[in-house]
Design a protein around this ligand. Sequence first.
Ligand SMILES: Cc1cc2nc3c(=O)[nH]c(=O)nc-3n(C[C@H](O)[C@H](O)[C@H](O)COP(=O)(O)OP(=O)(O)OC[C@H]3O[C@@H](n4cnc5c(N)ncnc54)[C@H](O)[C@@H]3O)c2cc1C
Length: 308
Amino acid sequence: MPAENPTAPRPALLTVDDDPAVSRAVARDLRRRYGDRYRVLRAESGGEALAACRELKLRGEQVAVLLADQRMPGMSGIDFLEEAMDLFPVARRVLLTAYADTAAAIDAVNVVDLDHYLLKPWDPPEEKLYPVLDAQLDAWHAAAPPPVPGPKVVGHRWSARSSQVREFLARNQVPYRWYAVESAEGRRILEAAGVDGEHLPVVVTGEGDVLVAPDDATLAARVGLAVRPASDFYDLVVVGAGPAGLSAALYGASEGLRTALVERTATGGQAGQSARIENYLGFPDGVSGHSSPSGRGARRSGSARRSS
Ligand SMILES: Cc1cc2nc3c(=O)[nH]c(=O)nc-3n(C[C@H](O)[C@H](O)[C@H](O)COP(=O)(O)OP(=O)(O)OC[C@H]3O[C@@H](n4cnc5c(N)ncnc54)[C@H](O)[C@@H]3O)c2cc1C
């Protein structure tokens, strides 16, 4: 089944086997059939595969299938699957075993809620690998949550700073997803980020970078808002992007002045926080502060703005 959003990253099929030849062979067979719809990732140890899972989690990407060899030094396939399911609980878990491990694999069905086990060798894949994975992918699509590509904020609902960070993102038109620290997904994100949640909020950018209790300037820079002037010289610098500053900057720029508008929080000023401005010029029926010409400002262009 193809991914529903064509711009979203393709869900991952992650395979782990400590034998590089086997790992490459599994990945090759997976790519041949699924490579156009899924990203096929391979690792050669449980630790390496877990690191990949954490990175995918932080970037808000999806893992559809985890395909693990059972016998690996350091971390067995079952141990890997058990840890990976903490990060991706709905990913389908498949163990790749040699004949001698079949009994252990069957026991593991209960331990890690294994979805299937496959016997090595899996040739021909058309008979022994693809039918199993097709069924697993159908099941995953039926249960998979949508990907979360933008910034994620994990915080405490009663924390002042968590509220400020959410408001800062919202007022700057940066779409984000909020997770209460006590929610299951909030805990999963903190676990993937490798932080204990003592300092909140934790913001994970769309690229998967982790910011612990960031200040506004750091946050602005990391979520794509402009924080530096684009030029060394301006004819006019307006400080404050409330209605007054926006108007001044607009008229300055329309007169041909190279104009910079500097704002410490978000365009719109107080008007941007108003649910309804009753007397905005040109809007006889009123307009919400958020969508007023002031509030609309230069969306997502950030704290240092320039018009020329
Ligand atoms: C809830 C609410 C409802 C309102 N409803 C109405 C209404 O219906 N009709 C009406 O006419 N008015 C209304 N007002 C008032 C109106 O919003 C204000 O009069 C108007 O926003 C004032 O514009 P301003 O640009 O002078 O200042 P502000 O809107 O206060 O903007 C100043 C901007 O400068 C920024 N700033 C300050 N210092 C710095 C610095 N050092 N560096 C960078 N940036 C800085 C601030 O962050 C802010 O964005 C309402 C206000 C509020 C809060």
